[in-house]
Design a binder for this molecule. Sequence first.
Ligand SMILES: NC(=O)c1ccc[n+]([C@@H]2O[C@H](COP(=O)([O-])OP(=O)(O)OC[C@H]3O[C@@H](n4cnc5c(N)ncnc54)[C@H](O)[C@@H]3O)[C@@H](O)[C@H]2O)c1
Length: 418
Amino acid sequence: MDRPVTYVVAGAGQRGFGYGEWIAAYPERARVLAVAEPRTLQREAFARRHDIPPERAFASWQELAAAPRMADAAIVTTQDSDHVGPAITLADNGYHLMVEKPLAPTEDECVELVRAVTDAGVLFAVCHVLRYRPYSKLLKGLLDDGRIGEVISVQHLEPVGHWHYAHSYVRGNWRRSDTASFMLLAKSGHDIDWLRHIVGRPIERVSSFGSLTHFRRSQQPRGAADRCVDCAVEPDCAYSAPRLYLGRLREGRTGWPVNVITDDVSESGVRAALRDGPYGRCVYACDNDVVDHQVVAMEFGGGVTATFTMTAFTPHADRRTQVFGTGGYLDGTGKQVTVHDFLTGETSVHEVASAGQDAAAGHGGGDAGLLDAFTTAVATGDASHILSGPAESLESHRAVFAAERARLTGTVQPVGPA
Ligand SMILES: NC(=O)c1ccc[n+]([C@@H]2O[C@H](COP(=O)([O-])OP(=O)(O)OC[C@H]3O[C@@H](n4cnc5c(N)ncnc54)[C@H](O)[C@@H]3O)[C@@H](O)[C@H]2O)c1
């Protein structure tokens, strides 16, 4: 293809806007020609950013899909429960597809989406962006080179971070499994998918434990109010909303998560959101139900095992992975990978090239890596650039659903159809 790859974006929220920034930074490689977004402010801002004329700025993905195909590919960044409709319809219209994770809130819908997109014969990438991080490439490269021999087992930690957990999973959009997804699907689907990627074998059986222990009414401190702005014990609360959002604002940081709680990121706008909006609620007085800690034990093909821990009760830090092999041990911190060789006794440290300040540098360069790979795949028609294609993505979603079934039923579950 000797012209830029053209995109339409369905859902110009946080993710759609972010992917758009990468595209805007590489106009010789990609352009956005149309947007579908119901919120006027976001739609108009996105349209201005990409010089999209009003006739190609749609109020919904349904309107976009009803129009003739107007670009090579579509990016679906609507909310979790609204991926199946636009993905299937836009694939039927002939758009190559990049779809946010999780594909859908139920296993059946994930299967339906992947089948329909595969039948449509379009290129398809799930936004499992961790696969595309330079760090992942480094770590997987060391494993594939046999630097620790055969991989026998893995221990992986997802430290969500206390304020991030409170923002997204207590007060925010992903706090309830009925309106978004259960925690493992909403957040840790990345990690289960990533473990499948680095181990390079299918996950066959899982078990899991976890619960919502802390962020519930019974844990509310004596004397606390249901809103931080009215609360006498707010100064002593680790989960204070004013400390998080006004603190960021005072440092001049108006991006995520401040711009999630209000479109008006002035001090008065943020104060109004804390007074009236969902993000000003006491973390012990919300309508949240997703778990605040969970472990998953996995058995892969060939008897490889892995344990995974997701917990809210950490600083906001990078994931940590330890891989145990027949010839060595690997410890990854997200920034560097340390390898200890059992035969020589030597320890080598491998640094990850900085993800830099590139547009869509989110997720340690994973967002940019995904767009780079997908744009190349569309430009060349070569699906091998996509690391998160249909079959493996469905498989890792299935492992997540199996783990949640295991947690809820206290059983060991095979991965596959329920
Ligand atoms: N890959 C990742 O690491 C990652 C990170 C965060 C979120 N996500 C996922 O990305 C998706 C979007 O998350 P977000 O944070 O951008 O949410 P968001 O709410 O900021 O964006 C979703 C947008 O879709 C719009 N929308 C609603 N109905 C629509 C319709 N009918 N047509 C077109 N647009 C419509 C909303 O108005 C909103 O602007 C979710 O599925 C989320 O779980 C993935």
